[in-house]
Design a protein. Sequence first.
Length: 284
Amino acid sequence: MRGLAEFIMRGRWQALAVAVLGSVLVFAAPISAAAIALVTMVQGLRDGGWVALWSLLPALLVGWVSGDYGTGFLLGTVFVGAVVLAQTLSLSLALLAIVPVSAVGGLALLTLNTAFLEAMLSMLDTWIAALQAESPKSGESLNAFRPTTTQVAGLMATGNALIASLSLLLGRYWQAVLFKPGAFGEEFRAFRLPSVLTAILVLVAMLGALNDSEAAAWSALAGIPVTLAGFALFHHIAKRQQLGGTFLAVGYVLWIIVDGLKVGVLLAVLLDAFLDLGRRAKAK
C-alpha cells in the first residue's frame, strides 16, 4: 500500500492513472477514490479537484452507457469528504459530510434513474423465479423480502456512504504513512462524534431498524458514522488494554456475523458520547 501511495504522489498523471482505473473497473473504485482523497488532502483543492474531475468523466461515460453511475457517485462523495477534512482537519466533520452527500445521490438515483433500479429488480425477480422453480418454499420466502425501488435506492446510498467513508480513511492512512507515520492510528482512535448528534443519529438508525417501511433502508445512513465511531472506540480500548490484533480481528468477525452486535456498537457509542466510558477503561 505504501508503494501505491508513493506512486500516486509522484505527480498529477500518476494520480490520475490510479483514479481513472477505478472509473472503468468497479472493483478498483474504492482505491481510486482513496487516491483522490490523498491528493486533495496533501496538495490541496486545486490539484485534488483536477484529478477528481478528469476521473469523473470516464465514470460518467460508463454510467451513461450502462446506467450505473455508482462509481462516479463514489468518487464525487469521497472528494467532498476529503475537501472537508483538508479544510477543517476534523475527521468527524468529514465523515459526517459523506452522509448528506450520499443521501442526495440516492435521491437523485431514485428520481432520475429509476430505469436502472427497475433493471436491478428485474434481475432479482429472474433469480427468485429460478430459485422458486428448484425450491418453491425458498423462492416464496425470498419473494416476501423483495425490496422496492425506493428501498434499493436507500440501500445503494447507504452502501455508498460506507465505502466512501472507508476510502476516505484509506486516503488519510496513506497520508500518515507518507508524511507522519503512526498519526492515523492516533487520529482514528480519538475519533468521536458530538454527543447530541450521536444521540440523534442513533435514534434515527434504531427507529429505522425497528420499522419495516421503505424509510428503513434510508435510516441506515445515520448509522454509518456512528458505527465507525464504534470501531474507533473498539480500537482505543484494545490499544489501552494491550489486547492485540487477534482481539480486533475476532471482534470484527463477530460484528459481521452477529446482527445484535451492530446494535450493541451503536449503543456503546451513545454511552461513550455522554459518559466517556471507553476513555476511562484503563483507569478503573
